[in-house]
Design a protein around this ligand. Structure first.
Ligand code: NAD
Length: 969
């Protein structure tokens, strides 16, 4: 064979190096029917059968939470009874018989635990020592990572930190400082060091993380142990860099040469991350190690971005990630010796290119390291070691239950179609494996008929600054006067009310005119006058006004959010969510105007023409609550305008200012002068007068049950001069429950319940106020929930670190405090957080248990941060408790039991049911929102039926036959 000439750094050299590597890889076939063989089989089936892959991953995920052979047997049957493989079906049918269940349970558990042991080093550091020793004796270095549950509370963060201190102590037994092989090496995840790792608040997050991180760094520095900072989801990336940078600025860490950090090549801006670490190393004058990996959260990053209608931060294609890995390699080597390269990959091409590029860059072989995961690509690692490079194995240790997420990630990686390991099994020829990665041009994001607004990305500094600036401007602009708006004119009234900011009740945020009876008459007259032209405007023209309002609102999103933070005490993300929801309503109903403008479809036989069209009802009023001060009033008003109604905005007494900004914006966007009016004032006077006015045709109301029913009764009375039967659209309160099944993922359930119950201090109609836990999950759920609630950060809404703000008013605070006192009399306290001293009406989040299910506390809306905890023996009992209240707005279920999920879908009758997620945060066009029973009349906002509330259908039939002649078509 002709000898190839290769030049350093060229493609040929890379291929030659890779070929040599692959040639020395010795595959180790598993012995047939051994546990290892079964694992290979499962992985092989999962790689080729997407449905089996989903079932297997889900089953592995739930298994550790199954506390009895019956539960294991039941789940095996539920997950695998329809499988096409006879062996699996056999197991599933055996699981049906109770005599076989203990055996099935044992076999399955042993199998999955063996699979876990393949990827997870040991339950703890002490237990991992033999495996680590064996690695060292074979010439391979290690790094230990501690697997853990999601950190939901301060005690859990403390426990995680102290496990690291223990780890460093235990590793002393095999640690040789200064020896690149035997130096102990640990990998730390910063998000586990606080329950509130908040990218919107880097400064406070640092203050929360530092007391746990710095002792770990101190112990490492004292012993000469290497500390590597791991990377997690993209939204945390910059914050991890910032904390790492802040820690490394202080002595003695500034001069310590044994720190490292990860860069994930699958990120589009990965090279910038390399440069950022290089800047840090240069600034401190001491090198930093960079572990370059491809990245382990791809599915999650893609799903989250897709749900948020954004481009994902990761490359879509594997080849693009591989190419990025090579560019980052080049960049990383260019920063040598300030940056020390460590390449974490199992891909022979990626390894070969790193070797060749390092040589070309003159980086000595001993300064380059290759890292691989425990239990993966062992023979490849040996080949790399054989080529004279230091190799390091990443050894995760921890209990199986918290380790499950890790195991699922590894299985995902091993069963993904694009996994390099599989290609190797496929006997793909080396020249194909070693080809340079050539990504194809990326397809742009698919066009959808309706796209939701994206949320503000507060992990970006510029976005945080925009919000801070808007807040500062809102504070500077205090004291502004907000007149009424009638027929496009600003109208001042005799009474100017002071509006006190929820975040600073003693101050005056602004002044708002209070509408009087005469203004109601004037506004209805103006609305009536504007109505015919607006009704008859082409639907596209109405849609254009709404879209223009949406883009004006997008441009001012931070101003609107800041106004809500001040006026209604909404925390940053809640205020931002309110704005995105409002933008969504405007865009969604614009589309609806166009769709409904074409009418409905009816049959037209030969000789007859039938038309079914929709037309606006007339004058609408939108009577809104204060808790979604922008989104709800925008939703009601924009649906009315989309239909062709003119609309009068009647905001809640507590939140008139944001509504004033909205009314101005709608007029600015081109709504005709009389088609939008703004009439703030008390519900009992202004609201009532509007409801009873004979010339008002539609009342869209969102608020409490009591007010809603009063409005319904008031609207039913026909008054002199009235032309239409009034249409009333009612969205009212809730007493929402979440069921936590006994096989639920407790991390996920606690997080979801806390977010649902205490987000915006429980002041949401969709908030969870009851949680019902099934059987064996109760104790664990209760204790983790209690710790999580005690760790909540209660504080001012302006502070981005705040998780729970104050409530809306002194009256609300007193009412909620009375409910808590009642609850404490009837039941027991499970947990309570602390509250800050200072401005605002703070109520500590409370969890109570043993409150009778029949008490009014357990059946009526509290509208504050109070959560009642119930225990149910069975799932059926939990379901019965959940639905036994007068309301039926939202509900939730955390379960991994397919039959229970199905049952809930059928029997848990609420307007919006959420499974395995929080129960707040419905999104326009995806989760049309509204309740049943006493929660509402079934009109779903943000869905395909809502605009119809403001329209009336008309049918027109024309006989097209004249003297026996009928036109065709
Ligand atoms: P609320 O009922 O006190 O007031 C709502 C609106 O109705 C205000 O604008 C008020 O001025 C007006 N109003 C009150 N009495 C009136 C009357 N007799 N005639 C005409 N108008 C009258 O409610 P709130 O405190 O502002 O909001 C909290 C309530 O809203 C909670 O019960 C919550 O569950 C509910 N809510 C429901 C939804 C939903 O979509 N189902 C959404 C948000 C809030």
């Amino acid at each position: 064979m002709q000898k190839q000439t290769v030049t350093p750094g060229s493609e040929d050299t890379i291929v030659a190096r890779g070929t040599a590597l692959l040639a020395s890889v010795r595959p180790r076939p598993a012995i047939a029917l051994s546990p290892g063989w079964w694992q290979e089989k499962l992985i092989e089936w999962a790689s080729t059968d997407a449905d089996f892959r989903t079932k297997l991953l889900r089953f592995v995920d739930v298994l550790p939470a199954l506390r009895s052979p019956t539960a294991v047997g039941e789940h095996v049957r539920q997950y695998f009874r329809d499988d096409r493989r006879a062996a699996i079906r056999l197991g599933a049918s055996a699981a049906q018989r109770s005599v076989f269940r203990p055996v099935v349970s044992r076999v399955v558990r042993t199998g999955v635990f063996a699979m876990a042991e393949r990827f997870i080093g040991a339950a703890d550091a002490e237990e991992a020592l033999p495996a680590l020793r064996a690695l060292l004796d074979g010439g391979t270095a290690y790094t230990v990572d501690l697997l853990g549950e999601a950190t939901l509370s301060d005690p859990e963060a403390d426990a995680y930190a102290s496990r690291y201190l223990d780890l460093i102590r235990v590793l002393a037994a095999i640690h040789l400082p200064g020896d690149s092989l035997r130096q102990a090496n640990v990998s730390v995840k910063l998000s586990a060091l606080t329950p509130n790792f908040e990218p919107a608040a880097p400064g406070q997050t640092w203050l929360a993380v530092a007391p746990r991180l710095l002792p770990i760094l101190d112990a490492a520095v004292a012993a000469g142990v290497f500390v590597n900072i791991d990377m997690e989801q993209y939204r945390y990336r910059d914050l991890v860099h910032e904390i790492f940078g802040a820690a490394l600025q202080a002595d003695p860490y500034r001069t310590y040469p044994h720190f490292g950090i990860v860069v994930q090549a699958y990120l589009r801006d990965a090279q910038a991350a390399v440069a950022r670490v290089a800047d840090l190393a240069r600034a401190r004058g001491v090198p930093i190690t960079v572990r370059l990996v491809k990245g382990a959260y791809w599915d999650e990053e893609v799903a989250i971005a897709h749900q948020d209608c954004r481009e994902a931060p990761v490359f879509a294609e594997k080849a693009a990630t591989d190419a990025s890995f090579e560019r980052c390699t080049e960049a990383l080597l260019g920063y040598f010796p300030n940056l020390r390269p460590a390449f974490g990959t199992h891909n022979a091409r990626s390894i070969a290119q790193a070797m060749v590029r390092a040589e070309a860059a003159g980086v000595p072989r001993e300064a380059v390291e290759f890292q691989m995961l425990y239990g993966m690509a062992e023979s490849l690692r040996e080949a790399v070691h054989g080529a004279g490079y230091r190799t390091r194995v990443y050894v995760p240790t921890g209990e199986l239950i918290p380790g499950m997420a890790y195991l699922v990630r590894r299985l995902l990686e091993n069963t993904s179609n694009e996994s390099w390991l599989l290609q190797r099994d496929d006997d793909t020829p080396p020249d194909v494996l070693l080809r340079p990665p050539t990504p194809s041009a990326e397809a742009p994001l698919g066009q959808r008929a309706f796209t939701n607004a994206t949320t503000a990305q507060f992990h970006e500094r510029a976005v945080r600054e925009a919000m801070q600036n808007a807040l500062a401007a809102a504070k500077n602009g205090r004291g502004a006067r907000h007149p009424l708006l009638i027929g496009g004119r600003a109208v001042t009234s005799a009474v100017l009310e002071e509006v006190h900011p929820a975040v600073e009740p003693a101050a005056v945020l602004g002044f708002v005119a209070r509408a009087e009876a005469a203004h109601v008459q004037e506004a209805v007259r103006a609305a009536r006058a504007a109505f015919p032209a607006w009704r008859d405007a082409p639907p596209s023209a109405r849609a254009a006004v709404l879209r223009s309002a949406a883009s004006l609102l997008s441009a001012k999103r931070f101003d609107f959010a800041a106004a809500m933070i001040m006026e209604s005490g909404k925390p940053w993300r809640e205020a931002d969510g309110d704005v995105t929801e409002a933008i969504d309503y405007l865009n969604y109903y614009a589309l609806e105007a166009e769709r409904l403008g074409t009418g409905g479809s009816v049959e037209s036989p030969f000789g007859e023409s039938n038309r079914y069209s929709y037309e606006a009802r007339g004058v609408a009023v939108a009577i809104a609550p204060w808790n979604f001060p922008l989104a709800i009033i925008t939703g009601m008003a924009s649906a009315a305008l989309a239909a062709g109604c003119s609309v009068i905005l009647k905001p809640a007494e507590q939140s008139p200012l944001v509504a004033s900004l909205l009314a101005q914006l709608l007029l600015q966007a081109g709504a005709p002068a009389g088609a939008v009016s703004y009439l703030p004032g008390p519900g009992e006077t202004v609201g009532k007068a509007l409801v009873e006015h004979p010339d008002v045709d539609v009342i869209a109301f969102t608020g409490s049950n009591a007010a809603g029913l009063e409005i319904l009764a008031g609207a039913a009375i026909v008054r002199p001069g009235q032309r239409n039967v009034k249409k009333v659209v009612l969205e009212m309160g809730g007493k929402n429950a979440i069921i936590v099944d006994d096989d639920a993922d407790i991390d996920q359930a606690v997080e979801g319940v806390v977010a649902s119950a205490f987000g915006y201090a429980g002041q949401k109609c969709s908030a969870c106020s009851r949680v019902i836990v099934v059987g064996s999950a109760y104790r664990q759920f209760r204790s983790r929930l209690a710790a999580a609630v005690e760790s909540l950060v209660v504080g001012p809404a302006e502070d981005p670190f705040t998780q729970v703000p104050g409530v809306i008013s002194a009256e609300a605070r007193d009412r909620i405090q009375r409910a808590i006192a009642d609850g404490l009399r009837m039941g027991k306290l499970v947990a309570r957080s602390s509250t800050p001293e200072g401005r605002g009406w703070f109520v500590a989040p409370h969890v109570l248990e043993d409150v009778p299910v029949s008490s009014s506390l357990a059946r009526e809306e509290i509208f504050g941060p109070v959560l009642l905890l119930f225990e149910a023996k069975t799932f059926a009992e939990a379901l019965a408790i959940a639905v036994d209240v007068p309301f039926a707005l939202t509900g939730g279920l955390f379960s991994r039991h397919p039959r229970h999920i199905e049952l809930a879908m059928r029997e848990f009758r609420v307007g919006n049911l959420y499974i395995n997620r929080k129960i707040t945060g419905a999104i326009v066009g995806r989760q049309p929102f509204g309740g049943m029973a006493m929660s509402g009349a079934g009109d779903k906002a943000g869905g395909p039926d809502y605009v119809l509330n403001f329209m009336q259908p008309r049918t027109i039939t024309e006989n097209t036959m004249r003297r026996g002649f009928a036109p065709v078509g």
